[in-house]
Design a protein. Structure first.
Length: 272
């Protein structure tokens, strides 16, 4: 009897799945055209993604034009060592990657986060096994109330679920409301986020002596994750690595991109 019930349940699931695909067919996460299965890109959209591949700088994760060895460090990392230990990103911030980030961040497309997190798994293959816990770059409460969600936390939560690593959602606070970083130079970005982060008193015991993986959507100049890494190191973190979905590479970030990136927030002065 039990076996008969299992067969009926299995048949119901098959029929339900079939009708679900007929009524709500899977669509490309980039252009919304129908595809074979949920969470994939169609061929034209996939061709627009530029995956960041080795060889890369062992510290910053920026790709090298030529293979310089597994432990090679870029001149930028040697001249100005970052406060974090390693950074990696899945794709270059251009084309389809830019559209995905902006859809997640400004278009309320939180459904994209689990699929973007899966692409981050490969880029973070060196970092994730070492991580004791996962953190997201926090939003200031004022911006969070307006946006209603933190896109970096959505990515971090998805990665924590995929890897079964603990996700500490409230261990770090953004205590100072900062301007949007878009359009600012490196020095301006650094000043903008200086002192913006604080490890909550209750979170210090969870940070001290632990290897922390910080998640963000885009790595531009590194000013934001560097400010957060300093706060985590002051709180006693043994190691701080950074994993982002996208990274701005030379030639990716153009002056005319500002309006697109700001989206619906560009005319709201109190969010700046």
């Amino acid at each position: 009897m039990a076996d008969h019930r299992r067969k009926i349940k299995h048949l119901v699931r098959i029929v339900g799945t079939w009708w679900g695909r007929v009524l709500f067919p899977p669509v490309c996460t980039g252009c919304r055209h129908i595809v074979s299965q949920p969470g994939v890109l169609c061929a034209p959209c996939w061709a627009q993604l530029r995956h960041i591949e080795q060889p890369w700088c062992a510290v910053l994760g920026t790709p090298f034009e030529f293979d310089m060895g597994a432990a090679a460090i870029s001149p930028g990392a040697l001249a100005d060592p970052p406060p974090f230990d390693r950074a990696r990103s899945a794709v270059a911030y251009s084309g389809m990657a830019r559209r995905l980030v902006q859809s997640l961040k400004y278009g309320d497309r939180t459904d994209l986060a689990p699929w973007m997190a899966r692409w981050m798994l490969r880029a973070g293959a060196e970092l994730l096994p070492d991580a004791d816990l996962i953190l997201a770059v926090p939003l200031h409460r004022r911006r969070f109330l307006f946006r209603r969600f933190n896109q970096s936390a959505e990515l971090a939560r998805a990665l924590a679920w995929l890897t079964q690593k603990p996700f500490e959602a409230a261990a770090v606070q953004r205590v100072r409301s900062t301007r949007q970083q878009v359009g600012l130079g490196l020095a301006e970005r650094q000043r903008n986020v200086q002192g913006a982060f604080r490890v909550a008193e209750a979170g210090r015991s969870r940070i001290k002596g632990r290897k922390v993986l910080v998640i963000d959507d885009v790595y531009t100049t590194g000013a934001t994750v560097s400010a957060l890494a300093r706060a985590l190191k002051r709180a006693g973190a043994a190691r701080v690595d950074v994993l982002t979905f996208a990274r701005v590479l030379p030639g990716d970030f153009r002056p005319d991109d500002g309006a697109t990136i700001y989206g619906s927030t560009r005319d709201i002065p109190w969010l700046m």
